[in-house]
Ligand binder design. Structure first.
Ligand SMILES: Cc1cc2nc3c(=O)[nH]c(=O)nc-3n(C[C@H](O)[C@H](O)[C@H](O)COP(=O)(O)O)c2cc1C
Length: 256
Protein backbone atom coordinates (compact mmCIF):
# COMPACT_ATOMS: atom_id res chain seq x y z
CA UNK A 1 0.00 0.00 0.00
CA UNK A 2 1.38 3.42 -0.91
CA UNK A 3 1.88 5.81 2.01
CA UNK A 4 0.35 8.73 0.17
CA UNK A 5 -1.96 9.41 -2.76
CA UNK A 6 -1.55 12.73 -4.52
CA UNK A 7 -4.66 13.86 -6.36
CA UNK A 8 -3.60 15.76 -9.42
CA UNK A 9 -6.83 16.20 -11.34
CA UNK A 10 -7.62 19.64 -12.72
CA UNK A 11 -11.33 19.43 -13.34
CA UNK A 12 -13.11 22.08 -15.35
CA UNK A 13 -16.74 22.91 -14.83
CA UNK A 14 -19.17 24.22 -17.38
CA UNK A 15 -22.68 24.26 -16.03
CA UNK A 16 -25.60 26.39 -17.17
CA UNK A 17 -24.71 29.97 -16.16
CA UNK A 18 -26.84 31.78 -13.63
CA UNK A 19 -27.78 35.48 -13.66
CA UNK A 20 -29.89 37.25 -11.09
CA UNK A 21 -32.80 37.79 -13.48
CA UNK A 22 -33.36 34.01 -13.71
CA UNK A 23 -33.80 33.55 -9.99
CA UNK A 24 -37.04 33.26 -8.05
CA UNK A 25 -37.44 35.67 -5.15
CA UNK A 26 -37.99 32.65 -2.86
CA UNK A 27 -35.12 30.28 -2.07
CA UNK A 28 -37.33 27.20 -1.68
CA UNK A 29 -39.05 27.83 -5.04
CA UNK A 30 -35.57 28.13 -6.56
CA UNK A 31 -34.47 24.89 -4.86
CA UNK A 32 -37.50 23.03 -6.23
CA UNK A 33 -36.67 24.37 -9.69
CA UNK A 34 -33.05 23.15 -9.50
CA UNK A 35 -34.12 19.82 -7.99
CA UNK A 36 -36.59 19.33 -10.83
CA UNK A 37 -33.88 20.20 -13.37
CA UNK A 38 -31.57 17.59 -11.80
CA UNK A 39 -34.32 14.95 -12.00
CA UNK A 40 -35.21 15.85 -15.61
CA UNK A 41 -31.55 15.62 -16.63
CA UNK A 42 -30.84 12.22 -15.15
CA UNK A 43 -28.77 13.12 -12.07
CA UNK A 44 -28.51 9.96 -10.00
CA UNK A 45 -30.20 10.03 -6.58
CA UNK A 46 -30.61 13.82 -6.53
CA UNK A 47 -32.44 13.55 -3.20
CA UNK A 48 -29.24 12.41 -1.43
CA UNK A 49 -28.09 15.28 0.77
CA UNK A 50 -25.36 15.77 3.32
CA UNK A 51 -26.67 16.79 6.75
CA UNK A 52 -24.23 18.36 9.20
CA UNK A 53 -25.03 18.78 12.87
CA UNK A 54 -22.85 19.75 15.84
CA UNK A 55 -22.56 17.98 19.16
CA UNK A 56 -22.60 19.64 22.59
CA UNK A 57 -18.86 20.33 22.35
CA UNK A 58 -19.37 22.09 19.00
CA UNK A 59 -17.72 19.29 17.00
CA UNK A 60 -19.41 18.87 13.60
CA UNK A 61 -20.82 15.54 12.44
CA UNK A 62 -21.94 14.92 8.86
CA UNK A 63 -23.75 12.14 7.01
CA UNK A 64 -25.85 11.54 3.91
CA UNK A 65 -29.62 11.09 4.15
CA UNK A 66 -32.37 11.02 1.55
CA UNK A 67 -34.45 14.18 1.55
CA UNK A 68 -38.15 13.34 1.20
CA UNK A 69 -39.80 16.68 0.47
CA UNK A 70 -38.97 20.27 -0.42
CA UNK A 71 -41.96 22.27 0.74
CA UNK A 72 -42.79 25.95 1.29
CA UNK A 73 -41.33 25.46 4.79
CA UNK A 74 -38.12 23.57 4.10
CA UNK A 75 -36.43 20.25 3.38
CA UNK A 76 -37.49 17.08 5.21
CA UNK A 77 -35.75 13.78 5.93
CA UNK A 78 -36.61 10.76 8.09
CA UNK A 79 -34.50 9.14 10.75
CA UNK A 80 -34.23 7.74 14.27
CA UNK A 81 -34.73 10.53 16.82
CA UNK A 82 -32.32 8.74 19.22
CA UNK A 83 -29.50 8.36 16.69
CA UNK A 84 -26.35 10.47 16.96
CA UNK A 85 -27.93 13.11 14.71
CA UNK A 86 -31.15 12.97 16.74
CA UNK A 87 -29.27 13.55 20.00
CA UNK A 88 -27.22 16.32 18.43
CA UNK A 89 -30.34 18.07 17.14
CA UNK A 90 -31.96 17.71 20.56
CA UNK A 91 -29.15 19.78 22.09
CA UNK A 92 -28.34 22.08 19.13
CA UNK A 93 -31.38 22.38 16.83
CA UNK A 94 -29.52 23.69 13.78
CA UNK A 95 -28.04 21.97 10.77
CA UNK A 96 -26.43 22.54 7.40
CA UNK A 97 -27.40 20.56 4.31
CA UNK A 98 -25.47 20.21 1.07
CA UNK A 99 -26.74 18.83 -2.21
CA UNK A 100 -24.15 17.99 -4.87
CA UNK A 101 -25.50 17.21 -8.32
CA UNK A 102 -23.22 15.81 -10.99
CA UNK A 103 -24.92 15.71 -14.38
CA UNK A 104 -24.37 12.57 -16.46
CA UNK A 105 -23.82 14.35 -19.80
CA UNK A 106 -20.27 15.40 -18.98
CA UNK A 107 -17.01 14.37 -20.61
CA UNK A 108 -13.77 13.48 -18.85
CA UNK A 109 -12.60 17.06 -18.51
CA UNK A 110 -15.68 19.23 -18.41
CA UNK A 111 -18.26 18.58 -15.78
CA UNK A 112 -21.70 19.98 -15.29
CA UNK A 113 -22.14 20.29 -11.57
CA UNK A 114 -24.32 22.18 -9.17
CA UNK A 115 -24.29 22.54 -5.41
CA UNK A 116 -26.94 23.89 -3.06
CA UNK A 117 -26.08 24.66 0.56
CA UNK A 118 -28.70 25.34 3.23
CA UNK A 119 -28.31 26.44 6.86
CA UNK A 120 -31.06 26.90 9.37
CA UNK A 121 -33.24 25.66 12.21
CA UNK A 122 -34.56 22.13 12.46
CA UNK A 123 -38.08 21.24 13.61
CA UNK A 124 -39.79 17.88 13.94
CA UNK A 125 -42.26 17.07 11.17
CA UNK A 126 -45.96 16.75 12.08
CA UNK A 127 -46.63 13.34 13.63
CA UNK A 128 -49.30 12.54 11.01
CA UNK A 129 -46.70 13.10 8.23
CA UNK A 130 -44.22 10.73 9.90
CA UNK A 131 -46.93 8.10 10.26
CA UNK A 132 -48.01 8.57 6.62
CA UNK A 133 -44.45 8.20 5.32
CA UNK A 134 -43.75 5.19 7.57
CA UNK A 135 -46.99 3.57 6.47
CA UNK A 136 -45.80 3.71 2.84
CA UNK A 137 -42.63 1.72 3.60
CA UNK A 138 -42.25 -2.02 3.10
CA UNK A 139 -42.75 -4.45 6.00
CA UNK A 140 -38.94 -5.07 6.12
CA UNK A 141 -38.18 -1.35 6.34
CA UNK A 142 -40.77 -0.87 9.06
CA UNK A 143 -39.33 -3.80 10.98
CA UNK A 144 -35.81 -2.38 10.59
CA UNK A 145 -36.91 1.00 11.96
CA UNK A 146 -38.54 -0.65 14.99
CA UNK A 147 -35.58 -2.93 15.69
CA UNK A 148 -32.63 -0.62 15.05
CA UNK A 149 -31.21 1.48 17.86
CA UNK A 150 -29.46 3.56 15.22
CA UNK A 151 -25.88 4.63 16.02
CA UNK A 152 -25.61 2.58 19.24
CA UNK A 153 -22.85 -0.04 19.51
CA UNK A 154 -23.90 -3.65 18.83
CA UNK A 155 -22.06 -5.80 21.41
CA UNK A 156 -20.94 -9.20 19.99
CA UNK A 157 -23.00 -12.18 21.18
CA UNK A 158 -19.96 -14.47 21.24
CA UNK A 159 -16.33 -14.63 20.10
CA UNK A 160 -17.35 -15.45 16.51
CA UNK A 161 -19.72 -12.48 16.28
CA UNK A 162 -18.90 -8.88 15.35
CA UNK A 163 -22.26 -7.59 16.55
CA UNK A 164 -24.32 -8.66 13.53
CA UNK A 165 -25.84 -11.57 15.49
CA UNK A 166 -27.03 -9.10 18.10
CA UNK A 167 -28.76 -7.06 15.41
CA UNK A 168 -30.41 -10.18 13.96
CA UNK A 169 -31.54 -11.15 17.46
CA UNK A 170 -33.07 -7.69 17.95
CA UNK A 171 -34.84 -8.00 14.58
CA UNK A 172 -36.24 -11.40 15.52
CA UNK A 173 -37.39 -10.18 18.93
CA UNK A 174 -39.20 -7.28 17.27
CA UNK A 175 -40.82 -9.60 14.70
CA UNK A 176 -41.94 -12.04 17.43
CA UNK A 177 -43.35 -9.14 19.44
CA UNK A 178 -45.64 -7.84 16.73
CA UNK A 179 -46.50 -9.45 13.44
CA UNK A 180 -47.44 -7.87 11.10
CA UNK A 181 -45.28 -4.89 11.97
CA UNK A 182 -47.23 -1.78 12.89
CA UNK A 183 -48.02 0.78 10.20
CA UNK A 184 -47.58 3.59 12.74
CA UNK A 185 -44.06 4.90 13.19
CA UNK A 186 -42.34 4.25 16.52
CA UNK A 187 -42.20 7.29 18.82
CA UNK A 188 -38.40 7.39 18.40
CA UNK A 189 -38.57 7.65 14.60
CA UNK A 190 -39.86 10.29 12.21
CA UNK A 191 -39.20 13.37 10.13
CA UNK A 192 -37.15 16.49 10.61
CA UNK A 193 -37.57 19.64 8.53
CA UNK A 194 -34.74 22.10 7.98
CA UNK A 195 -36.20 25.61 7.83
CA UNK A 196 -33.45 27.57 6.10
CA UNK A 197 -32.10 31.04 6.90
CA UNK A 198 -29.42 30.84 4.21
CA UNK A 199 -29.49 29.01 0.87
CA UNK A 200 -26.63 29.22 -1.61
CA UNK A 201 -26.87 28.11 -5.24
CA UNK A 202 -23.54 27.26 -6.90
CA UNK A 203 -23.06 26.53 -10.56
CA UNK A 204 -19.59 25.39 -11.69
CA UNK A 205 -18.11 27.60 -14.40
CA UNK A 206 -14.91 27.58 -16.49
CA UNK A 207 -11.68 28.87 -14.92
CA UNK A 208 -13.21 28.62 -11.44
CA UNK A 209 -15.36 31.73 -12.05
CA UNK A 210 -18.36 29.97 -10.62
CA UNK A 211 -21.80 31.53 -10.26
CA UNK A 212 -22.85 31.76 -6.61
CA UNK A 213 -26.04 33.35 -5.30
CA UNK A 214 -26.82 33.52 -1.59
CA UNK A 215 -30.38 33.92 -0.30
CA UNK A 216 -30.58 35.17 3.31
CA UNK A 217 -33.38 36.03 5.72
CA UNK A 218 -33.41 37.07 9.37
CA UNK A 219 -32.89 33.97 11.57
CA UNK A 220 -34.55 35.56 14.61
CA UNK A 221 -37.68 36.44 12.65
CA UNK A 222 -37.86 32.91 11.24
CA UNK A 223 -37.37 31.34 14.68
CA UNK A 224 -40.26 33.36 16.14
CA UNK A 225 -42.62 31.15 14.10
CA UNK A 226 -41.01 27.85 15.22
CA UNK A 227 -41.17 25.65 18.33
CA UNK A 228 -38.32 26.34 20.76
CA UNK A 229 -36.57 23.00 20.08
CA UNK A 230 -36.17 20.20 17.54
CA UNK A 231 -37.94 17.69 19.80
CA UNK A 232 -41.45 19.15 19.50
CA UNK A 233 -43.36 18.21 16.34
CA UNK A 234 -45.09 21.05 14.53
CA UNK A 235 -48.78 20.58 13.82
CA UNK A 236 -49.02 21.83 10.25
CA UNK A 237 -46.34 22.53 7.64
CA UNK A 238 -48.60 25.01 5.82
CA UNK A 239 -49.51 26.95 8.95
CA UNK A 240 -45.86 27.40 9.99
CA UNK A 241 -44.90 28.16 6.37
CA UNK A 242 -47.54 30.93 6.24
CA UNK A 243 -45.75 32.69 9.12
CA UNK A 244 -42.17 31.96 7.99
CA UNK A 245 -42.83 33.08 4.40
CA UNK A 246 -43.52 36.62 5.66
CA UNK A 247 -39.79 36.98 6.43
CA UNK A 248 -38.27 38.45 3.25
CA UNK A 249 -35.29 36.99 1.39
CA UNK A 250 -32.39 39.10 0.12
CA UNK A 251 -30.24 37.77 -2.72
CA UNK A 252 -26.53 38.50 -3.24
CA UNK A 253 -24.02 37.30 -5.80
CA UNK A 254 -20.94 35.91 -4.03
CA UNK A 255 -17.38 35.95 -5.27
CA UNK A 256 -16.44 32.51 -6.60
C1 LIG B 1 -27.32 7.23 0.08
C2 LIG B 1 -27.59 7.17 1.56
C3 LIG B 1 -28.88 7.43 2.03
C4 LIG B 1 -29.16 7.41 3.40
N1 LIG B 1 -30.40 7.77 3.82
C5 LIG B 1 -30.65 7.84 5.15
C6 LIG B 1 -31.91 8.36 5.63
O1 LIG B 1 -32.78 8.80 4.85
N2 LIG B 1 -32.10 8.39 6.97
C7 LIG B 1 -31.16 7.97 7.88
O2 LIG B 1 -31.41 8.00 9.07
N3 LIG B 1 -29.95 7.49 7.45
C8 LIG B 1 -29.68 7.44 6.13
N4 LIG B 1 -28.45 7.00 5.68
C9 LIG B 1 -27.45 6.55 6.70
C10 LIG B 1 -26.76 7.77 7.34
O3 LIG B 1 -25.76 8.26 6.46
C11 LIG B 1 -26.13 7.44 8.70
O4 LIG B 1 -25.27 6.34 8.59
C12 LIG B 1 -27.19 7.13 9.77
O5 LIG B 1 -28.30 7.97 9.66
C13 LIG B 1 -26.58 7.29 11.18
O6 LIG B 1 -26.11 8.60 11.31
P1 LIG B 1 -25.80 9.25 12.74
O7 LIG B 1 -25.04 8.20 13.54
O8 LIG B 1 -24.98 10.45 12.48
O9 LIG B 1 -27.13 9.57 13.38
C14 LIG B 1 -28.14 7.05 4.33
C15 LIG B 1 -26.85 6.78 3.85
C16 LIG B 1 -26.58 6.86 2.49
C17 LIG B 1 -25.17 6.63 2.03
Amino acid sequence: MTSRININTHNQYKSPGVVRGMLSGDALVQLREWFDHAVQNGVEEPEAVNVSTVDKAGIPNARIVLSKSISRLGVSFYTNYRSAKGNELASVPYCAMTYHWRYPHTDAHTHTQRQVRLRGRVVQAPVHESHAYFNGRSEESRLGAYASRQSSVLPPLNHADDGKQTLLQQLKAEKDKSSPISHSSPDFWGGYILVPFHVEFWSGQPSRLHDRFLYSRDPQDVEKALPADAATPIESVDKVADAVEKVPWTIDRLSP
